[in-house]
Design a binder for this molecule. Structure first.
Ligand SMILES: [Zn+2]
Length: 233
């Protein structure tokens, strides 16, 4: 009997402990709001993918692309949908936040792991989807200025791809039983977004800013996901 008890204990330890460890490390917990909050067990967005890349490998290295685990699942799920529907399109994500959340200069929000910046998808003169050029000389893309038609030098915002990206983020978020709280995008450019096939599916369904935000959001969109968070302690 003693032997059997020992064997049972061993089996329990083998089976139960790794499961416990996995469960303990799986889900992030967000606290407070996007402008006053923090994050526990934050996870990093993937460094690269089939159809996407970060805006700056330095920012990744510095730990500025951490996020809530549910948001990570939404973001990567949406990229998966886009790869199937638009295999020739490439996407660039921007800044998210610190592993533990909190203030992340120069953002006013991005504090509790539920905010993500996505750089706008663009096409070149030939209509080919190319990553937004990001370097230290243009504040890693954040300093680029698109005109009212969505043009910057030989690049044009790919409004169809951008609308599809937002659409699939919302669909994937809904599958995760959450949603999108709001999207910030330059109001001057929003009509061009809503004109597209996927854009028509977004209008009136998602909350977009009606006024210009504190910085012009023409080279990137800001998305807050409606993840239930704990109150600040
Ligand atoms: Zn942002």
């Amino acid at each position: 009997m003693k032997y059997l008890a020992k064997v049972s204990l061993c089996l329990l330890l083998l089976l139960a402990c790794p499961l416990q460890v996995l469960a303990a490390g799986a889900d992030s917990v967000c606290y407070g709001t996007t402008s006053n909050g923090f994050l526990k067990k934050g996870v990093a967005l993937p460094k690269e993918g089939e159809n996407f890349q970060p805006f700056s490998s330095l920012a990744v290295f510095l730990g500025r692309t951490y996020i809530h685990s549910t948001v990570k699942a939404i973001v990567t799920g949406a990229y998966g949908n886009l790869a199937k529907q638009f295999p020739d399109k490439v996407f660039v994500y921007g800044e998210t936040g610190w592993k533990e959340g909190g203030e992340i200069y120069p953002h006013k929000t991005h504090q509790n792991g539920t905010s993500v910046d996505f750089m706008v998808p663009v096409v070149d003169k030939q209509g080919k989807s190319v990553p937004l050029p990001t370097s230290v000389f243009n504040k890693f893309g954040y300093n680029l200025e698109f005109d009212k038609n969505g043009k910057y030098e030989n690049l044009t915002i790919d409004f169809e791809a951008l609308a599809a990206h937002i659409y699939f983020l919302n669909e994937t978020a809904r599958k995760q039983k959450v949603g999108i709280q709001r999207v910030i995008f330059d109001p001057r450019l929003q009509p061009l977004l809503f004109k597209t096939k996927y854009g028509r599916k977004l209008k009136g369904k998602l909350k977009f800013n009606s006024k210009q935000a504190w910085v012009r959001h023409d080279e990137h969109i800001h998305v807050d996901f409606a993840i239930p968070c704990q109150k600040m302690k």
